[in-house]
Design a protein around this ligand. Structure first.
Ligand code: ARG
Length: 292
């Protein structure tokens, strides 16, 4: 009998790790401006539906045993629900975002204040524009960093200096996939899934070289933000609208949990966008926090 690569992938043990997330309820979610191709201010948004879907996402995380900490939503900041863009927290160090568009600029201060109140200590800032976990994805001991639409590539070196982790620059080239987390999902310390056409040719080559076993997404998967997912190493929380990608993830030994977050798509975000991971300095000790 020949062992195929998919057979060995199935047999790989998938281990769940506890995660701590910060999330901001979409209490003030609406679409009044357009800063990405998904947003159309002429299409009405059902805020109550967005809230109900978001609450379901919180429940899924908590049922999996993860910790969810809530950030206070602020009136007049409809995109604050996309907490992943508020910063990057690695090794217990919080880096506040510096937003590209004036519509979101004020969010940075709210997230920075929240990091301080949560006991994360000194909040780091970058000279250049960067949108937190929207463009910085931690994969094991390295950070993959997007650029092309939002994040200034000069911040990649700044983030490497603050976190002490190598940062790999990836160039995005399709405006629908304007943040790295819309084009690439992190499944565990060594495994990613991504949509190659969202990247420039050199970045595609680099990804193929770094992650030869990556799970490749199709246009259909990417167009429903199927890659905008959150994994604990075993359980992958993702949109319920990407059955093809979900099936491939299950073949590779992951469990998939489909969530309907369709109302939040009107702002151009999905599951990962609503979820900021707080990574402690010592994985055996929880992230400190003084407020809830
Ligand atoms: N409307 C928001 C923006 O354009 C959506 C952000 C989605 N977040 C994400 N991590 N991709 O900035």
């Amino acid at each position: 009998m020949t062992l195929t690569s998919s057979y060995s992938a199935v047999s790989a043990p998938r281990i769940a790790h506890h995660r701590t997330f910060a999330m901001t309820p979409p209490t003030h979610f609406t679409v009044t401006y357009a800063i990405n191709p998904w947003m159309d201010p002429t299409v009405p948004v059902d805020t109550a539906r967005a809230l109900a879907q978001w609450e379901q996402l919180c429940r899924v995380y908590r049922d999996l045993g993860h910790t969810v900490r809530l950030v206070d939503p602020q009136p007049g900041l409809p995109d604050m629900v996309y907490a992943a863009n508020g910063g990057l927290v690695v090794n217990g160090r919080a880096i506040a975002a510096r937003f590209t568009f004036p519509e979101r600029a004020v969010e940075a201060g709210h997230y920075a204040d929240w990091f301080t109140a949560a006991g994360l200590g000194e909040v780091y800032r970058t000279a250049g524009t960067q949108e937190g976990e929207g463009d910085f994805l931690v994969v094991g001991e390295r950070i993959l960093a997007g650029t092309g639409f939002r994040t200034d590539p000069a911040t990649h070196a700044e983030v490497a200096a603050i976190t002490g982790l190598p940062v790999i620059t990836l160039e995005l080239c399709d405006p629908r996939f304007y943040h790295l987390d819309t084009a690439l999902g992190v499944l565990d310390q060594n495994t990613i899934t991504y949509y190659p056409p969202a990247f420039s040719e050199p970045s595609r080559r680099l990804l193929a070289q770094l992650y030869p076993d990556a799970i490749i997404a199709t246009a259909a998967d990417a167009e429903v933000l199927g890659l905008n997912l959150v994994s604990d190493g075993r359980n992958v929380v993702m949109t319920d609208a990407a059955p093809g990608l979900a099936a491939r993830l299950r073949e590779a030994g992951f469990e998939t949990i489909g969530v309907d977050l369709s109302e939040l798509l009107a702002g151009g975000g999905g599951i990962k966008c609503c979820t900021l991971e707080l990574r402690p300095s010592d994985p055996d000790r929880p992230v400190p926090h003084r407020t809830e």
